[in-house]
Design a protein around this ligand. Sequence first.
Ligand SMILES: Cc1cc2nc3c(=O)[nH]c(=O)nc-3n(C[C@H](O)[C@H](O)[C@H](O)COP(=O)(O)OP(=O)(O)OC[C@H]3O[C@@H](n4cnc5c(N)ncnc54)[C@H](O)[C@@H]3O)c2cc1C
Ligand SMILES: NC(=O)c1ccc[n+]([C@@H]2O[C@H](COP(=O)([O-])OP(=O)(O)OC[C@H]3O[C@@H](n4cnc5c(N)ncnc54)[C@H](O)[C@@H]3O)[C@@H](O)[C@H]2O)c1
Length: 474
Amino acid sequence: MHSHFDLVVIGSGSGNIIVDERFTDWKVAFVEKGVGPLDSYGGTCLNVGCIPTKMFVHTADTVLASEHGAALGVDMNLRSIDWPAVRDRVFGRLDPVAAGGERYRAAGSPNVVLYRGIARFIGERRLTVATTDGPVTLTADRIVVATGSRPDIPDVPGLDNALGYHTSDTVMRMNRVPRRMTILGSGFVASELAHVFSSLGVEITLIVRGDVLLRQEDIDVARRFTELAQNRWDVRLNHKLLRAARKDGALLLDLESPEGAERLETDELLVATGRRPNSDLVDAAAGGLALHEDGRIVVNAQQVTSVPGVWALGDVSSPWQLKHVANHEAKIVQHNLLYPDERRTSNHRYVPHAVFSSPRIASVGITEQEARATGRAYVSATREYSGVAYGWAMEDTTSFAKVLADPSTGKLLGAHIIGPESPTLIQPLVQAMSFGLQAHSMAKGQYWIHPAMPEVIENVLLDLPLDKGILKTA
Ligand SMILES: Cc1cc2nc3c(=O)[nH]c(=O)nc-3n(C[C@H](O)[C@H](O)[C@H](O)COP(=O)(O)OP(=O)(O)OC[C@H]3O[C@@H](n4cnc5c(N)ncnc54)[C@H](O)[C@@H]3O)c2cc1C
Ligand SMILES: NC(=O)c1ccc[n+]([C@@H]2O[C@H](COP(=O)([O-])OP(=O)(O)OC[C@H]3O[C@@H](n4cnc5c(N)ncnc54)[C@H](O)[C@@H]3O)[C@@H](O)[C@H]2O)c1
């Protein structure tokens, strides 16, 4: 069967938001293969990514709050954790959203057809989809590739499907919480899910290649996070997984460490070693699309690929595997499809991110190590939460905010915060960078509510050793 469309969108994550009522006169096809154990509609963030993880993180924070009560003179005994109830709160809410989204696309608009299956390019703007009713060929004037990414599994002997390891796609739906879990990797997913499962009482071991966790963060933040993680989890720094095997239900992991060979026995293994773009799944090369070395589809600032009429967005093409970036790029593609003569470009100037572990981390702009490596002139300041009144209220001793600024203009180059509410606290700094505010003007030109946590931002900005003359030129 062959059908021709005005527009085909491959991927129902961020791609799903492109087609709204303004496309009513277009003949549109969506293609979605499904994510996670239930082959859900709606992409990574909704089903196996941002949203379920953060719902679990909120539960984990609630458990930890009961432990922190003692420092405040409050004895809060945790009586029990009901894993099925914890899990079913999350997916009982999200699965119907995914199903509703699918129903809407399948039957909600007469101009839209939904194909379920894997789409593959077989030529320029030409696709084949293996549906349960057999293969179909789709051609289109315009195609949007929004196929995202998937867990990247390292090539370790024994680490295959027969071993029964988890990734972020499966681990959140486990039937039973294990006694012990080992996590391979030390990035976003490892840090967030270690917090989730350790708060549920699981003994966590992290296998870390380097000497710090979250090594892409500012070095002071990464070191502080690593110290705190070592107090909570068994953190094996500078370790390599050599091979994995399963024996009598347990997993046996052979590790190489600076001290020699080690064997680790565990109940479940979570592989969290990064995500690879799904350009191979869609056979982007057969569609003539140019690729970066790491497999990302090459796009220009308007999100157009090397083939006219074919667009790409989100994890399959972006160097930032973040939902707010994928959403922004989807809006740009949407505008450029609707208004081809007034095209817009994506804004990737100051992309913030947050790690929702315990403690939280938030960051925007360059790190101190990046400033040093590129020879960028900078001044920096760091202020502990314990230096402001709300930090005293929380009995905080480990959190801080750090900022870097250009000494000649006083404008911010980067901001890095580790501690409670950091993803919220950083937002005025993202705003300052986006709108070019000078750090001291920003601190002095507005009220800061007392005694609220943002006072740590006011203070760290004032601590920047900037020439007083800068304020006059700002
Ligand atoms: C555990 C986890 C937690 C995360 N937490 C956060 C967070 O807190 N904040 C944040 O900003 N980001 C977070 N992310 C990242 C975020 O989820 C992604 O950046 C975002 O979802 C990418 O959106 P996308 O539209 O590019 O891809 P996706 O949402 O993955 O959508 C791609 C869709 O394409 C489909 N597809 C792929 N290939 C084909 C094909 N050939 N044919 C048909 N369909 C296909 C897939 O099934 C999928 O549904 C997290 C990721 C993970 C894994
Ligand atoms: N809060 C958020 O915004 C959030 C949360 C989760 C995921 N994400 C996105 O999803 C992406 C994927 O997350 P992730 O944690 O899988 O990737 P990551 O890139 O954050 O971390 C991957 C980790 O695996 C390690 N690693 C790579 N290969 C390895 C190997 N062979 N052996 C041992 N360690 C190895 C790396 O050193 C790194 O520590 C992130 O980059 C992020 O963009 C975002």
